[in-house]
Design a protein around this ligand. Sequence first.
Ligand code: CU
Length: 65
Amino acid sequence: MTITLKVPSIACGGCADTITKAIEVHEPEAKVSVDVDSKMVTVDTDASTETIKEIITASGHTVGD
Ligand SMILES: [Cu+2]
């Protein structure tokens, strides 16, 4: 399943790395891509949307609608 989330707190490539690594630690088979300009995180994973949201929140970022 592909999950796409808006993460308005993404400000730079460092934020993208933080989020990518956090997701990969918890869901090693996930494929993560982050678009810094549009602040969109796309995750190809078997994990639930809720799980991915929780990981992003725990990494210090805020998931939008
Ligand atoms: Cu940043």
